[in-house]
Design a protein. Structure first.
Length: 522
């Protein structure tokens, strides 16, 4: 008994060790034990291996896509740039990579002067009626110091001289003239420079198909329609008409509807000027999507955008300048863009309706109300500070200067036209006419200041807006005038004399009949 008890007492707990537990519950096959104890280590190695395979695969994919898109950008750059037509794709790629290095970023034209001006043109495109007529003519200005953006639109019916020639036409025909003359955008760029007084640093032209496709590539644009639109005579295919209808409110417009929205003018009380405002509105709506992260992270959408850009846009912006524009777009205030439309619709509009004869037919056109480009140039230069124009008008009103007009030109009907301009356009209210001046041989108009500079704002306004000189060589006729300023008219004001003011409603009715306009030689 003592022996038995001693054996039980000294006997170990059958489950006191891990090995005992395994022997009782698992086959004693050494392979089984080894497999169970080493399996977690093998799974860890397999997971790491799989992770590295995934990382390497993604890296190859990203590199391949990146290389593809870089080459695509090179092809697109060669295709859209009028200055890169003779360059190779690799040249364009090299320019792009070089510009992405911060220290190598190319200074853009106009950047040092503080303002970059880009001429934006919209045309119908090949195979469409009026394929090279630019019914959208807009200047995008970038204030590089204050990081602001402004859009200024010129109407397609503006009557202008083709720069460097004796030809006159509606401004929407000048790009077409450049195409036929093998100089493309140069005539329209130079003409716009003369009209606005602004240097045009770059241009970009987009056709209708490109507009629709790019809007669709961005999954549409959001716009707020201010009133119901119903146009039963919207231009359709093959010179037909169709109905375009859009209700008041906020809409997500696809490319087709967005194009109709920016082209429609029959049901707009402001006609072509209302259309220009809608064009600017759609541009603002599209701007956020252009540089959105969603666009750049979607390779399918990005590829389609590049394809559509290459097929439908022409520009003189170089590949090595793209980084500069991307940099400015990130710094500029794109939420508060200034929008200005040069029109003839309201009392204070700086254009007026007139008419000329083209091919023996009377055609309606828009011309400067003061006979020259001075007001357009003032508006263009002050587009980032429009209050300066309003302040000037207040100063003229406060001066309350008196003006006497003496007509010494050969144009008998010039006097009432000048009086109307001074009173109703320039805000000079105290204007009288002296009919005693009989001479009709004065070639150059001038103004005489009898206040010694006390009415400086009114004096400056007359000199600038009429394009005449200050002359302080007095004579008996001037001395006897009891006024602050004496305005003497000469034969040089022919532009005011030759353009009779027409009716805005008649102009609107005639718009559709004048899609095509002959170039007139003067």
């Amino acid at each position: 008994m003592d022996i038995v008890k001693r054996k039980k007492t000294q006997s170990p707990n059958p489950y006191s060790s891990y090995d005992s537990f395994v022997r009782e519950n698992v086959s004693l096959n050494p392979r089984t034990i080894e497999t169970r104890t080493t399996a977690p280590k093998k799974r860890t190695r397999s997971s790491k291996k799989l992770l590295w395979i995934v990382i390497i695969t993604l890296a190859i994919l990203v590199f391949s896509l990146g290389s593809y898109f870089v080459l695509r950008i090179g092809f697109v750059g060669k295709k859209i740039s009028v200055d890169n037509e003779n360059s190779s794709v690799l040249d364009n790629v090299g320019s792009l990579f070089s510009s992405l290095i911060p220290s190598n970023r190319k200074m853009l034209h106009g950047e040092e002067e503080g303002r970059i001006n880009i001429l934006l043109l919209g045309k119908a495109g090949e195979g469409k009626p009026g394929e090279n007529l630019t019914d959208t003519i807009m200047i995008m200005s970038i204030d590089t110091k204050n990081k602001k953006i402004a859009l200024l639109s010129l109407p397609r019916d503006f009557y202008a001289n083709i720069s460097g020639t004796s030809y006159y036409t509606k401004i929407n025909s000048i790009y077409q003239y450049g195409i036929k003359s093998k100089v493309e955008a140069e005539p329209i760029k130079k003409t716009v420079e003369e009209i606005t007084g602004l240097p045009i640093h770059y241009f970009m032209i987009l056709n209708f198909d490109g507009f629709k496709k790019i809007i669709d590539d961005f999954d549409g644009v959001n716009v707020t329609v201010e009133r119901d639109i119903y146009d039963s005579t919207y231009p359709g295919p093959n010179y037909s008409y169709e109905t375009f209808e859009l209700k008041k409110g906020t809409h997500l417009l696809n490319g087709e509807t967005a194009l109709k929205y920016v082209r429609e003018r029959h049901d707009d009380p402001e006609g072509d000027f209302g259309r220009a405002k809608r064009q600017q509105q759609v541009m603002q709506s599209a701007k956020n999507k252009v540089f959105s992260l969603k666009t750049f992270l979607n390779p399918i959408a990005l590829n389609k955008i590049l394809t559509d850009l290459g097929d439908n846009i022409k520009t003189d912006i170089g590949m090595d300048e793209i980084e500069g524009f991307i940099d400015l777009s990130q710094k500029c205030d794109t939420q508060n863009i200034t929008n200005v439309v040069v029109d003839a619709w309201k009392k204070d509009s700086i254009l007026k309706v007139s008419h000329v004869f083209a091919g023996g037919v009377q055609a309606f056109v828009l011309v400067p109300r003061v006979g020259n480009y001075s007001e357009i140039q003032e508006l263009s230069s002050s587009v980032f500070d429009l209050d300066s124009i309003r302040r000037r008008k207040v100063e003229i009103e406060n001066e309350s200067a008196s003006v006497i007009i003496l007509n010494q030109s050969k144009y008998s009907n010039l006097t009432p036209k000048i009086k109307d301009i001074l009173e109703n356009k320039l805000g000079v209210k105290n204007v009288k006419i002296d009919y005693s001046a009989k001479s009709n041989s004065l070639e150059k108009s001038f103004v005489y200041d009898k206040t010694n500079g006390q009415k400086i704002f009114t004096l400056d306004e007359i000199i600038k807006k009429l394009g005449i000189e200050l002359n302080n060589n007095t004579n008996d006729i001037i001395e006897k005038q009891k006024s602050d300023l004496v305005l003497v008219l000469g034969n040089d004001l022919t532009n005011i004399e030759s353009f009779e003011e027409g009716d805005v409603e008649e102009f609107r009715k005639a718009e559709d009949k004048q899609e095509y306009f002959e170039i007139i030689k003067k």
